[in-house]
Design a protein around this ligand. Sequence first.
Ligand code: FAD
Ligand code: EPU
Length: 344
Amino acid sequence: MSDAWRVTRGADLRARNTFGVSARAPLLLELDEAARLADALAALPAGPLLVLGGGSNLLFAGDPEGAVLSLRAASLRILAEDGAYAIVRADAGADWHGFVRWTLDHGLYGMENLALIPGTVGAAPIQNIGAYGVEVREFVHAVEALEPATGRSRRLSRDECALGYRDSLFKRERDRFIVTAVEFRLSRTPAVRIDYAGVREALAADGLAAPTPARVFDAVCALRRSKLPDPAAIGNAGSFFKNPIVPLAQAQALADAHPRLPVFPGVDERSRKLSAAWLIDACGWKGHRDGDAGVSTQHALVLVNHGAATGAQLLALARWIAASVSERFGVALEPEPRIVGDHW
Ligand code: FAD
Ligand code: EPU
């Protein structure tokens, strides 16, 4: 114990994951000062360590095996400025949505489409968060991290982070790095992006030739509130599956057989991204309920906890959904959230 951190044994994690499922951490380390991270880790027994942000992209299918780390430092500041762009640094523990609002309040633009994504700044690069036609990789300048195996503090460039669709170095080499802060490069010039379905329509009602970033921020928040269930009302982790990326020929064959299937650009000319929500919806899962584990009535891609579902029940439901999509369409779905205490 120290004035910079606190350790709790057998900590209840139910209020620390947005699915609201029960889980217990053998040890929970809450750290206020990132500069003391190495000291705090040295005080823990050797073993696996799970970094927990807002718990909005993981499913506790069982208890975590080792200690759980919660980074609480949350300062935000402008590091450098050249008139056209600014480099902004945010501690890992800062709330993502609050940070996006702070950037707009400081006349820094680009991230308004990423408003209202739950969770922390430190988790943003882990899956390269994205929404409404924008991904955070466009703005990540560098990631500050500790590599516990070597004890080294690292500063990874954006390219080193290998950010892709719901993917990164951090996801591929899970638990190799503890992200302590992220630097972003943001523009002083507003350049709104309103092409994603629903955004332009929501703004059209204003009759403005050029919507402001603040207006896009509001429109994205309103759209998200209308489309996605609120974890405060019903436990969920947003999209449970990634949109599958398949070879072009497979996408074409599926689109010929199912003309309403939404097909988006893939990672290159030879691939396409399919709508997992549509595939799941077509299999009849939307609104399905098995006890307290279910599929949202609002969005087929969102698994929900109606109250007392366990993580294991939600995982079992996810496996049935994936099996039915595979059987009907020949497409393999992969979960987006991290599964803790079990495997996909
Ligand atoms: P957690 O769930 O706590 O952790 C997620 C993963 O990141 C875990 O593997 C964890 O170990 C790791 N991690 C967290 N912090 C660190 C760190 N500092 N260092 C190293 N590893 C770390 N995501 C999108 O991309 N787009 C969306 O539009 C979107 N909408 C959502 C809507 C809802 C209603 C919900 C509930 C979730 C949504 N998500 C979305 C998913 C989620 O909000 C994001 O993935 C978010 O970045 C997770 O942040 P977190 O702090 O809650 O991470
Ligand atoms: N659709 C259905 N049934 C539904 C819902 C959607 O058929 O119940 C179809 C519709 O045709 C719709 C299409 O799916 O046009 C796409 O739906 P939506 O715009 O909601 O996007 P998504 O592909 O389901 C992705 C992200 C979200 C992100 C939104 C907006 C993934 C896995 N999910 O969802 O991210 O907010 O786009 O950009 O890429 C998350 O990652 O947790 C998340 C919520």
